[in-house]
Each structure stands twice: as structure tokens, then as C-alpha cells.
Design a protein around this ligand. Structure first.
Ligand code: SF4
Ligand code: SF4
Ligand code: SF4
Ligand code: FES
Length: 1023
């Protein structure tokens, strides 16, 4: 290989595609000589990166490219211009000469490693971490060490097993600090530290609490980066190795035997045996790339399985997440093996369900669809695609509706959250998706979140904001009615009255225009509609905004200047904006403000409507919408009609079909006779659950396809058992517009089928033999029909590769939109004069409290999957209602007390939780609920965004009745929200170096090495 073959290209695309939060070379190019050969490098980058690009094997136990140099292990010692120092902690300088294998360097490397194994009991043959990727094990082989000179000494601390998902074994901990850096500066939960001054240092949670009682959110970063078995997933223990599941006394005896042999034979024979054992695991451990099935961040990772047992989730290469996950992606998979999985179709007969064969169920569906269409026409049937299912499956739902049945009555659950954001962006910039990627958000000078509980709803995306805020000086402004984690971290936290975001956004736009602070050149060159827009916001003075929103005029003025002065602004928003009566107009106002200030088309700028479900972006992209086919092409567009005629042999109907909420209205009114619903607990997630029940009961024929017998399934005529993502292939599209492949980690559970096969089977019964044998063929069809997916195919998405749409035929994707033109025929953005839609259900005398609802970190959506994960249910066993301390005092309610919330639509009974996260007369109920009768949507009502019909869930008023009974606090004391984090700069290795017993390894070379290292440390370790 030529020396330059592995050099990265210094362009923006490379910066964006770099995995995870790795430091990037920023300095000028230079040359370093490593082991006698010249290599290109970048001034100021960690020397170890240049060594690694040169593919020179060098020990580096504590170095992880996504964490940066920690300098805790000293194993990367090399001779630099004649003196020994750490390759990770040394920054490249022009003309550097580096030798990795001199006697002095080797002595230091081996001495450093010897210290490590003095802290770590080497029992690889019976270790569950002996999977070929244990850094401690592999380094021993790399350095060719045969004998340990510092015998392992137990540290005197017991294992900590108090977290449901993982355990810490201090005796195996080599004190590398990777976990600390990951927790402090990647996840930024700031739970972990090392007590370097202690006689026997160890990793501490919250400064010394049991893990299970600490602030640890079980995101798994620390376990993922741990280079050995000190931190391990409990699901691995006793399961991964050939000999690791043996009973404890035998296991202990095996360790003694292994250790005893070392004295006589040295380490090599033991390592050889352990490597044979490790290789044997390849026969039964399967490592499959998949994409998370929870939120829209799009975390990708390998899932390790042994038959159906999930050993662990191993992130690292995902383009959006790198080493990152949250508790759901890392540990939330037990639902796949839940006893509650449906394994046979069910048919309702005489008011009861009976088991049926697949053929019988599918025949019945085909027959009833034919009858209903014959009797009432195609528009008497409707179809809802799942935002948890794959792109290919969403595509087939709308193909089935349009081609097989002949109706546009098709939709997906973005109707419940994301449609208003899409509308706002379609009006102004032309694409209904995030303008850039998570890396572009990281690059912003200012991030504003509006109505988004980002740390809980989009946890990994939030880590990047928290990291940029902590380390890179990014400013964070949070606008929300509830004080969640991001609010408490923000530089500015603004708490407007519910539903008034449109007003302050428009007032800031007006202030900026009135004071000549707008991005004039950008507006002139790239944006239309300024005059009309200016007129439309005439009334939105800061004084009016202050009066309407309750925010201080000065705060709004300051925010206007902060935006104008920032090097780039990204606005992130979610359901706090979209689930209001004016969700579309407020989303438009966000985009208008970004246009006025020139915040589009560059990294560090743009609009980011954070997509909720793993594939809610994809479900719409694939055309599961009543008026558009795949790629957002109108059913009325003649070219689109022509393409579909050619591909499908039918003419698209030009009339807009029914959306989700209209379907239920039509069912209640008797116009809709049949509904096929895939993978949605719509009965609990749509607003006004009682209205839904009336709709379901009015249907003549209702098909539900799901993993479990859900609340919604109770109303079905046929229930079909579905397969989750781990049991099938396909693609998901994340909030970044990033399309990623998932592979089958296990066979579909006996009796279940992937959705794409089910639609294909019913279509065939209705005379349309689609003939798909693999989801890749469906994606090829999407590419033929939708220009924005023209270059998408499974080959280009292989493994961890991804594509961010639009993708041209040649396969070039578009991580950052609008760099040159906006998506309108003239290439210009459009300022859109939107209208304020004030809330309709402000509290009144009868219903005196405002009801807010939303997600929780631990659970997802209604909770059907996450309540089946024992560890998650342990941390958050049920729903509750948050009351502010002042309201609780006024009503004499304490945490654990049962209360009834009553709205105009219904009532629920919940336990109270008193917390400062809510204030005044606002109450908050999580969306997830262990019991369907307590779901928050029994309270929400019928008012909707007039443009998209998205329910205004957040425009609900309730009254509170205190009940006599009381229970335990609904949030157990083991919940991380009670923890006490210990923020610090990182692993703080300087404190280790200050220990009186610390000297740089390598005997007589220590002085030289130490003096060099003190010199390079002065340069700092961060870019
Ligand atoms: S929050 Fe917990 S699981 Fe996540 S990195 Fe910190 S200690 Fe580890
Ligand atoms: S627990 Fe932390 S400090 Fe200990 S070996 Fe693992 S990553 Fe390193
Ligand atoms: S739930 Fe979201 S943030 Fe968490 S692992 Fe899955 S995709 Fe990532
Ligand atoms: S890799 Fe550990 S000190 Fe450099």
C-alpha cells in the first residue's frame, strides 16, 4: 500500500462521515518519520493516530480513537526524537522522528503492561470477555510477554452487581479510565470518576454510591469502551464462553488451576489455550449488524446472539452513534423473547378469538377486503403503516392500498407527531427532513431546542449537544414548559406559556428585521417572500410577545442578538411544538427565523425536527401518506402517475385519501368499513382514546398486525403475529435522513412472519403477484419510482455503510441540504406568512390545570416493548403524574398518593410524583403506561392542527381529584433521577501522575520519559 492510501481526505464530507466523536486532524499537513519511513500527518494530532494509520503495531490499552488520548496506561511508549514518551499524549510536530521498537521503548511498554496485569486477574480461558476483542488479552500477545513480574493483588472491594444490566468487578479493573472519559465527555452523564488519591484507586459512581443507586442511566458507554471484563453486560456472564457457565466453585478452581500453571509454564501456553477457546466461540456466537428499533436517532450496532439469547449489543461503527447507545438500544431487547409474543394468527368468532392457521387468516382477509370493496368501493378500506417496521414494509402498505385496493387511504403515525414539522419545512425550504446530520448540530455555535426533551427522547443525539456544550463552547438555549435535563444544563432556559412558541419566534424575526440584523445577502441571494413575510409579522412586537408568552421582553431581545452573533444556529424541535393546534405554523415560524438569519446550507446551521420512532421518517419517505407516493411525489403529479403506471400497471387516484385521524372519524360516521393497522398501538397513542374505541367498534373488518396482543388488538377481527427487526432484513431511515440496513439476527419466532411477506401474500391472493423474494428487490423498486432514492440499493448500504437522502443515481448522497439551492424549482427558499393558532383549551374554572405529556428515557412510546424489559420496568415500573411542589402543597398531595385526573374526554387514576421539573398549575404524564386504562390519551381531546390534522395533545386541560389511597413513590429510589453526578473534566490523569508511587515505566528511562511527558502534557489532550 502506498503511504498515502490510508490518509483521509480533508473535506467536509469526510468530517461529517467520521464515526462518533473522534478528534479530527485540524493542523497543517506535515511528515513524521516512524521506524525509518516517512508518513504524512497533521500538526497537533495525537502521534498515535499517525502510527496507527501507518499500520505499525503498537500497544495502546487506554487509547480509543473515539475518546482521544487518556494517557493512563503508558503502554504506547515510543522514542520520540530520542526520548521515551506516550504516543497518545504527544502531538505531532513537523520533522518528528519516532521509533517504536527501541530497547528503551520496549522496556517501557512491557513495564507499563506488567503494571496493568498487576491490577487484573488473567483467567482468559474462563472469561466471558475472551472474544478476540479483549484489549488486555491482545496486548499481552502483541508484547510477547511470558511472565508477570507483579503478581495480581486483589483490591479489597467486592463486585458491584446492583445495576440490573451490568456489573463492575474492581479486581479486574486496570484503571485505564476509558469508562470515566466516556461517561463524563461522550455520554456526559458525569457519573464516573476514579479516586486517584486513594490507597487503592477504583472507579466510583457518584463518588462512591452503589451503581444501582447512582445517577447512572445505563446507557452502556462505559461497558462498551472497557478494554477488559471489569465492566460487563450481565447477559454475557456465564453465557459467552465454553467454560464460563460452570458453577462458581468449579469456576474458581479453574482460575486457580490456570494461574497455577503460569508459574511453571509461563503465560504463553495459557494464552494459546484461551485463544483456541475463543476461536471455538465463533461457532455459536453470531454477530449481526442491526439498527435500533426505538427512537429516530438511528444508532447502529452489532447484536451478539447465541441462538435466541441476546448476549450483548456492541456499538462502535454506527455512522450516527459510534460507541454511543442509550439504555433502550443497549439493553432494551428482552421484548423479542417475551412470553407474550403472538405466535399464531387469531380470528374473532362469536365475540371471542380463536387460533387460526396463516392460510385461513390470509384467505379471510383477502375475502373480506374483496367483499367490502365490492359493496362499498375502495375508499371504504384504509391502511396504516408502522413507523417501527422497515422502509420496504411501509412502501408495500401504500403499494397495497394504491395498486391492489385502489385507494389513497393510507397513512402512518407521523400524523401524531411529525407531520406539522414536515409541513413547516415543505413550505419554506422544500424537504421535510432535518437539514443536516448530528455532526452538523455538533458544529453549531448555538443550539436552540424548542419543545424537545432531547436527553430523554433522542438520548444519543443529546449526548453530542451536551458534549459540544461542555467541551467546545457551544451555547445552548432551551425553550420548554418543563425543566428537564437539557433545560437544567442550558445557558438560557425560557419557559413560555404553553402553545405560544409561534409568538416569540415571530417576534424575534421581526426584531431582527426591524433592527437591520438580518442576513441581508443570504435573503437577497437565496430567499423569496420577504415583503409579505414582513407584513405578516407586523403585530409581533417584543412587547406583545412578552404579554402573550409570559417571557421577559429583555430575554427575547437578548436571544435575538445571541442568534445573530452565533457562528451558526441549529434549531431542534419536537412534540412540544408539533402537538399543538398550530404545530404546522410554529414549525414554519422556526424555519422562517432560520431563513431571516441565514442559518441554512452550512454545517452548524439548520432545522432539525427530531423524529420520534426509529422509522417514522422512512414511513413518510416511502409514501405511506394520503396524498404522496414514495419520495414525496404528489398523486396528482402527471410524471409520477406515469411512472407508477409503468411500474404497477395502475393509474394513481388523484384525490387525497384519509389520514389517520380522518379514518377514525370516517369509521365513527360509518363511511370507513375496514382498517388494516400494522405495528401501532394506535388505541393508546392517538388522542381521545374513547373516540378511537367508537371508531374501532364501528368497523366491519379490522386487521391488526403486531408482536403482542395489544390493547388495540382487542378490537380486531383478525390479529396477525409479526416479527420484530431482529428477525428480518430491511432498512430504516433515521432523523438525519440516513438510510441504514438491518440484518436478520435470528429466525422469525415460530409462527410469526415479517410484514413484507404478509402484504405480499395477501396481494397475491388478490391477483397481484409481486414476486418479491428479498426486501432488496423492494428497495430497487423504490429507487425506480422516487428520484430522491434513485441511487439507493442494498449493495451501497452493506454493513455499516449508509446513505443520507437525496441520493443520486451514481450513489452520491446529501448529508447537508441546501448548500447551493433550496428544493423549489427556482432554487430559492420561501419565507411563509404563517398564522398564530392560540390554544383552545387553556385551563378554566372547571379544569384548572394544564396537562403536558411526553417521553421518558427508559420507556418508548406507549411502553409495549420496554415494559417487557425487566431492568427497565425495575427503574420505571409504571406511569405517574408529576405535580409541582407548589401545587402539591396547595392540594396536600405527597408522592405516591393516588389522584384522578379528569378532562373533557375522560379520566385516569395515577400516583403523584412531586418534582421541580414542572411548575405552577402544569401537570405532566409520561406517554408510556403499564396499564392501558391509565394511558394519558384517555384525557386528550379532539382539537387538531388545522393543516395536518395532528392532534393537539398538548392543548389539554384537566382537574385533579385527590383520592384517599396511597402507594409507594412511583419512581423507585433506584431511578437515576435521584443520583448525584460528579462532573469533572475527564479522567484527570494528572492526579495519577501526582501520586508519590507513580513513575513513568521503563526503569532507568523513567526520568527521560517523565520529563518528556510533562512537556507534551502542557499541550493539552483535546483539540
Ligand atoms: S451513565 Fe452509567 S452506563 Fe452510562 S457511561 Fe455513565 S456509568 Fe456507564
Ligand atoms: S472499568 Fe473503567 S477504568 Fe476499569 S478497566 Fe474498565 S474502562 Fe478501564
Ligand atoms: S433509542 Fe435512540 S438514542 Fe437510544 S440507542 Fe436507540 S436510536 Fe440510539
Ligand atoms: S495508550 Fe494508554 S497512555 Fe497511551
Amino acid at each position: 500500500m502506498a503511504q498515502t492510501d490510508f490518509l483521509p481526505q480533508a473535506d467536509d464530507a469526510r468530517l461529517r462521515s467520521r464515526v462518533g466523536p473522534a478528534r479530527l486532524p485540524t493542523g497543517p499537513e506535515t511528515t513524521v518519520v516512524i521506524d525509518g519511513a516517512p508518513f504524512q500527518a497533521w500538526e497537533g494530532e495525537p502521534l498515535i493516530d499517525a502510527v496507527n494509520r501507518a499500520q505499525i503495531k503498537l500497544a495502546q490499552v487506554c487509547y480509543h480513537p473515539q475518546l482521544g488520548p487518556l494517557q493512563t496506561c503508558d503502554t504506547c511508549a515510543v522514542e520520540i526524537d530520542g526520548v521515551v514518551g506516550r504516543a497518545c499524549g504527544t502531538r505531532v510536530a513537523p520533522g518528528m522522528t519516532v521509533r517504536t521498537q527501541t530497547l528503551a521503548a520496549r522496556a517501557a511498554q512491557r513495564d507499563a503492561y506488567d503494571r496493568i496485569v498487576g491490577n487484573h486477574d488473567l483467567y482468559c480461558t474462563v472469561c466471558d470477555n475472551n472474544n478476540g476483542n479483549c484489549v488486555v488479552h491482545n496486548t499481552l500477545g502483541l508484547l510477547g510477554i511470558d511472565h508477570q513480574t507483579r503478581p495480581f493483588q486483589p483490591k479489597g472491594y467486592g463486585k458491584d452487581e446492583s445495576n440490573p444490566f451490568y456489573r463492575y468487578d474492581p479486581d479486574q479493573c486496570i484503571l485505564c479510565g476509558r469508562c470515566v472519559e466516556a461517561c463524563q465527555n461522550v455520554q456526559v452523564n458525569e457519573t464516573l470518576s476514579i479516586d486517584w488519591e486513594s490507597g487503592q484507586p477504583r472507579v466510583l459512581w457518584d463518588g462512591g454510591a452503589p451503581i444501582g443507586e447512582s445517577s447512572c442511566v445505563s446507557c452502556g458507554h462505559c461497558i462498551t469502551v472497557c478494554p477488559c471484563n471489569a465492566l460487563m453486560e450481565k447477559s454475557m456472564i456465564g453465557e459467552a464462553g465454553l467454560f464460563t457457565g460452570i458453577p462458581l466453585p468449579v469456576w474458581n478452581a479453574s482460575i486457580d488451576l490456570v494461574k497455577g500453571t503460569e508459574g511453571a509454564a509461563g503465560l504463553k501456553p495459557i494464552m494459546n489455550v484461551s485463544e483456541i477457546e475463543s476461536a471455538g466461540r465463533e461457532g455459536y456466537i453470531r454477530k449481526t449488524k442491526t439498527v435500533c428499533t426505538y427512537c429516530g436517532v438511528g444508532c447502529a450496532f452489532e447484536v451478539w446472539t447465541k441462538d435466541r439469547h441476546i448476549l450483548k449489543v456492541e456499538p462502535g461503527q454506527g455512522p450516527a452513534n459510534g460507541i454511543s447507545t442509550c439504555v433502550k438500544g443497549k439493553f432494551g431487547w428482552d421484548y423479542v423473547n417475551s412470553d407474550e409474543r403472538l405466535t399464531t394468527p387469531l380470528i374473532r368468532e362469536g365475540g371471542r378469538f380463536r387460533e387460526a392457521s396463516w392460510d385461513e387468516a390470509l384467505d379471510l382477509i383477502a375475502r373480506r377486503f374483496t367483499e367490502i370493496r365490492g359493496q362499498h368501493g375502495p375508499d371504504a378500506l384504509a391502511f396504516i403503516a408502522s413507523s417501527k417496521a422497515t422502509n420496504e414494509e411501509a412502501f408495500l402498505v401504500q403499494k397495497f392500498a394504491r395498486q391492489v385496493i385502489g385507494t389513497n387511504n393510507v397513512d402512518n403515525c407521523s400524523r401524531y407527531c411529525q407531520s406539522p414539522a414536515t409541513q413547516g419545512l415543505m413550505r419554506t425550504v422544500g424537504y421535510g427532513g432535518d437539514s443536516g446530520t448530528i455532526h452538523d448540530i455538533e458544529n453549531a455555535g448555538l443550539v436552540i431546542t424548542v419543545g424537545s426533551n432531547t436527553a430523554e427522547s433522542h438520548p444519543v443525539l443529546a449526548t453530542r449537544v451536551k458534549r459540544a456544550h461542555k467541551l467546545a463552547g457551544q451555547k445552548l438555549v432551551v425553550v420548554d414548559i418543563r425543566e428537564h435535563e437539557m433545560a437544567s444544563r442550558a445557558d438560557v432556559f425560557l419557559r413560555p406559556r404553553p402553545g405560544t412558541d409561534f409568538v416569540w419566534l415571530s417576534a424575534i424575526s421581526k426584531y431582527i428585521l426591524d433592527h437591520g440584523l438580518e442576513a441581508r445577502e443570504f435573503l437577497q441571494g437565496r430567499v423569496s417572500g420577504l415583503d409579505e413575510f414582513r407584513r405578516s409579522i407586523e403585530g409581533y412586537t417584543l412587547e406583545y410577545a412578552a404579554e402573550e408568552t409570559g417571557l421577559a421582553r429583555e430575554d427575547l431581545e437578548k436571544l435575538a442578538h445571541t442568534i445573530v452573533e452565533a457562528s451558526g444556529t441549529c434549531i431542534l424541535w419536537a412534540m412540544g411544538v408539533t402537538q399543538q393546534c398550530g404545530g404546522s405554523d410554529t414549525s414554519t415560524a422556526i424555519s422562517n427565523l432560520l431563513l431571516v438569519t441565514g442559518n441554512y446550507g452550512r454545517t452548524g446551521t439548520g432545522a432539525y425536527p427530531l423524529r420520534g420512532h426509529n422509522n417514522v421518517q422512512g414511513a413518510s419517505d416511502m409514501g405511506a401518506m394520503p396524498d404522496q407516493t414514495a419520495g414525496y411525489r404528489k398523486v396528482t403529479d402527471p410524471l409520477n402517475v406515469q411512472t407508477h403506471e409503468r411500474e404497477w400497471g395502475v393509474t394513481l387516484r388523484p384525490e387525497r385519501g384519509l389520514d389517520n385521524t380522518q379514518m377514525i372519524d370516517a369509521a365513527v360516521a360509518g363511511r370507513l368499513k375496514s382498517l388494516w393497522l400494522t405495528g401501532e398501538e394506535m388505541g393508546l397513542t392517538d388522542a381521545d382514546a374513547n373516540h378511537l374505541v367508537r371508531g374501532y367498534e364501528a368497523l366491519e373488518f379490522f386487521v391488526v398486525q403486531d408482536l403482542y396482543f395489544t390493547y388495540t388488538a382487542r378490537f380486531a377481527d383478525v390479529v396477525l403475529p409479526a416479527s420484530p427487526a431482529l428477525e428480518k432484513e430491511g432498512t430504516f431511515t433515521s432523523t438525519e435522513r440516513r438510510i441504514q440496513r438491518l440484518y436478520r439476527a435470528m429466525e422469525p419466532l415460530r409462527g410469526t412472519r415479517p410484514d413484507w411477506q404478509v402484504y405480499t401474500a395477501v396481494a397475491k391472493r388478490l391477483g397481484h403477484d409481486w414476486g418479491y423474494t428479498h426486501p432488496s428487490e423492494i428497495m430497487d423498486e423504490v429507487a425506480r419510482l422516487a428520484p430522491i432514492f434513485a441511487g439507493v440499493n442494498y449493495g451501497r448500504l452493506e454493513g455499516f455503510k449508509s446513505l443520507v437522502w437525496p441520493v443520486d443515481e451514481g450513489g452520491t448522497d446529501t448529508p447537508l441540504l441546501y448548500t447551493e439551492r433550496f428544493n423549489f424549482p427556482d432554487g430559492r427558499a420561501r419565507l411563509f406568512p404563517a398564522e398564530y393558532q392560540p390554544r383552545q383549551h387553556a385551563p378554566n374554572a372547571e379544569f384548572d390545570l394544564h396537562l403536558n405529556s411526553g417521553r421518558m428515557l427508559e420507556h418508548f412510546h406507549e411502553g409495549n416493548m420496554t415494559f417487557k424489559v425487566a431492568g427497565i420496568a425495575e427503574k420505571v415500573p409504571d406511569s405517574f403524574v408529576e405535580l409541582s411542589p407548589e401545587l402539591a402543597a396547595e392540594r396536600r398531595v405527597t408522592s405516591g398518593q393516588y389522584v384522578r385526573l379528569v378532562s373533557e374526554s375522560g379520566a385516569v387514576r395515577l400516583r403523584a410524583l412531586i418534582t421541580g421539573r414542572v411548575s405552577g398549575n402544569e401537570v405532566y404524564v409520561p406517554m408510556n403506561s403499564a396499564r392501558s386504562e391509565n394511558a394519558v390519551n384517555h384525557l386528550t381531546g379532539q382539537n387538531r392542527d388545522p393543516v395536518t390534522h395532528t392532534p393537539a395533545y398538548k392543548d389539554t386541560r384537566v382537574r385533579l381529584e385527590v383520592l384517599p389511597e396511597s402507594g409507594p413513590n412511583p419512581l423507585p429510589k433506584t431511578n437515576p433521577r435521584y443520583g448525584h453526578p460528579t462532573p469533572q473534566g475527564g479522567v484527570e490523569v494528572e492526579r495519577k501522575w501526582q501520586r508519590p508511587d507513580y513513575v513513568f515505566p521503563g526503569g532507568e528511562l523513567a526520568l527521560l520519559g517523565d520529563s518528556l511527558n510533562r512537556r507534551v502534557d502542557g499541550l493539552g489532550t483535546d483539540d
